[in-house]
Design a protein around this ligand. Structure first.
Ligand code: ADP
Length: 514
């Protein structure tokens, strides 16, 4: 089974959030199951700076497609490359005019979307589809698996090829966050090189705009999202971001597959970023991480203070606007708060103000820092994820592994992965954290109070930590579900293909000008 895994981020090279962790975890897990996986990424500087080119593949096709014009793009080509410590080949779309910009892959230095994001990610989708047409005759995918709106046009191009009578791979599209949809003004549509009838309500038109996300939801053979809970929620008006109607139509093709954790990166027993490693049997050694956290975040180094941690993008989605509202109570109960994050300027300011107001109890680090993320995940007693919505969430899973109890809102993947410390769950030894319902300061406060109450029962706290640490959310399980999905689409593709076996390149040669 040849799978082309298409994404815009890949840990540790380029990461803005969980998407990068998923790519780094899922693609190798699929490979371990016998899939022949190759990645396709834009040649962002963070990637090209470390990539080793194996061979050029081809220029990106321009000119006519079987149905008319192809996308209007600056010169681009595709190379096959390797990346350090990554045991799989990577296709890179090289288009310096589009990608040779350092930093965040989506935003300019002013924090705003790059004005040519439509072309930048059109090129990614187009490359995926043309690889599906044999752009690299040595390797033609059976399945193109795209991730988030950045790859939304890939299923649309594949559909256009299929409607033009070409042999095409199957397409799978994973929604990591429905809130980001890749919406662009309609005059852009003709530059995308899609059949004219695709700009319609049954295509990728969304209230007069072009929607890359809708393109994928309309044209992908299968749609997945990153937890079963979120798969149900996006069918509702509350969580569907205007696409719930379409998603309900496509419900037979939609499923939720829970993300996993890369335990090679996220395990307190082996984590090189911790002052002292620990495991389920040496939990008292977690105190060293707590001390480091308190020192690094300027908190009073009190072993008995209950430390709450945040590692997050600071956006409305994450529900963190509730935290300043409960700060006084948190501090009054003797708690401390360490916040690592960046994003919304108002939230950044609110946390900076709190740190000034409570200098010994609240520490804030505005920015993105991998080492500090590990320090918070290991050093805090409780990791806070009070999200308004959460497709899966990874930080609560990391918290579980580090004996740092997650405090979460009952939504999406958080609801799927954390069991509240209600008495009956403590009794049944299934509790792993604190879960609240209502997206309000009152709701959050109720969970904080339960955390303080449990902290006064150290034996029970320890039992909850140990249970959480024993759970496994591994990528192998998720990968098995994805493989089953691929097999349902391509039952005759061989799971154990060698590098040059399987589909014949000739049969898939592009039949348009290159
Ligand atoms: P999302 O993808 O919505 O941002 P997830 O919980 O799925 O949320 O994934 C977030 C990932 O980003 C985790 O690996 C988390 O550790 C990391 N992360 C978030 N903010 C920061 C930060 N400021 N510094 C370092 N890592 C961060």
């Amino acid at each position: 089974m040849k799978v082309l895994y298409v994404c815009a981020e890949l840990y540790p090279f380029l990461k803005t959030g969980g998407l990068a962790d998923v790519s780094a975890g899922l693609a190798p897990a699929l490979k371990d199951l016998g899939c022949e996986v190759r990645l396709l990424l834009p040649a962002f500087p963070a990637i090209t700076n470390v990539a080793h080119t194996l061979r050029p593949v081809a220029p990106l096709p321009k000119g006519a497609s079987p149905w008319g014009p192809s996308p209007a793009l600056p010169p681009a080509d595709v190379v096959l490359a390797t990346l350090p410590d990554l045991d799989m080949a990577v296709y890179l779309v090289r288009a310096p005019a589009l990608y040779a910009r350092p930093g965040n892959p989506y935003l300019g230095p002013d924090g705003k979307d790059w004005s040519d994001n439509a072309q930048r990610f059109c090129a990614l989708g187009w490359t995926a589809a043309t690889l599906g047409q044999g752009l690299d005759p040595d390797w033609v995918p059976d399945v193109i698996h795209g991730h988030d709106w950045h790859v939304g046009l890939a299923p649309a191009y594949v559909r256009a090829f299929a409607e033009a009578g070409c042999d095409t791979p199957a397409t799978v599209f994973t929604i990591h966050n429905l809130a980001y949809q890749g919406l662009f003004p309609s005059p852009l549509f003709p530059t995308l090189g899609l059949p004219a009838n695709f700009f319609s309500i049954t295509g990728l038109e969304y209230f007069g705009q072009v929607s890359f996300m809708k393109a994928a939801l309309q044209y992908a053979d299968r749609i997945t999202t990153v937890s079963p809970g979120y798969a149900r929620e996006i069918l509702t008006a509350t969580h569907g971001f205007g696409l719930d109607g379409l998603l309900r139509e496509r419900a037979p093709a939609l499923s939720g597959i829970l993300n996993g954790v890369d335990y090679q990166v996220w395990s307190p027993a082996t984590d090189p970023l911790l002052p002292r490693t620990y495991d389920v049997n040496t939990l008292s050694d977690k105190a060293a991480a707590k001390h480091t956290l308190q020192t690094r975040f300027g908190l009073e180094p009190r072993a008995d203070a209950l430390v709450f941690g945040v590692v997050s993008r600071l956006t409305e989605q994450k529900g963190l606007h509730l935290l300043p509202q409960v700060m006084a109570e948190l501090v009054r109960h003797g708690g401390q708060l360490a916040v690592l994050g960046q994003g919304d300027a108002v939230l950044e300011q609110a946390f900076a103000d709190a740190a000034i107001h409570y200098p010994q109890q609240v520490g804030v680090c505005i920015g993105y820092d991998e080492t500090s993320a590990h320090t918070v995940l290991a050093g805090a007693d409780v990791i806070l994820v009070p999200s308004a919505f959460e497709p899966c969430g990874l930080t609560q899973l990391y918290g579980l592994r580090y004996g740092t109890l997650p405090l979460v809102r009952r939504v999406g993947g958080l609801a799927d992965t954390v069991v509240d410390c209600a008495l009956e769950n403590l009794d049944a030894q299934t509790a792993t954290g604190f879960v609240f319902e209502e997206l309000s300061a009152k709701g959050l406060l109720s969970a904080l109070q339960r955390a303080f109450a449990l902290a006064r029962r150290p034996h029970e706290w320890r039992a909850v930590q140990q249970h959480g640490m024993s759970l496994r959310f591994d990528w192998q399980t998720a990968a098995r579900h994805y493989l089953a999905l691929y097999r349902s689409l391509r039952p005759h593709a061989n799971s154990f293909t060698g590098p040059h076996s399987g589909s014949s390149g000739d049969a898939h040669q592009p039949d348009f000008s290159v």
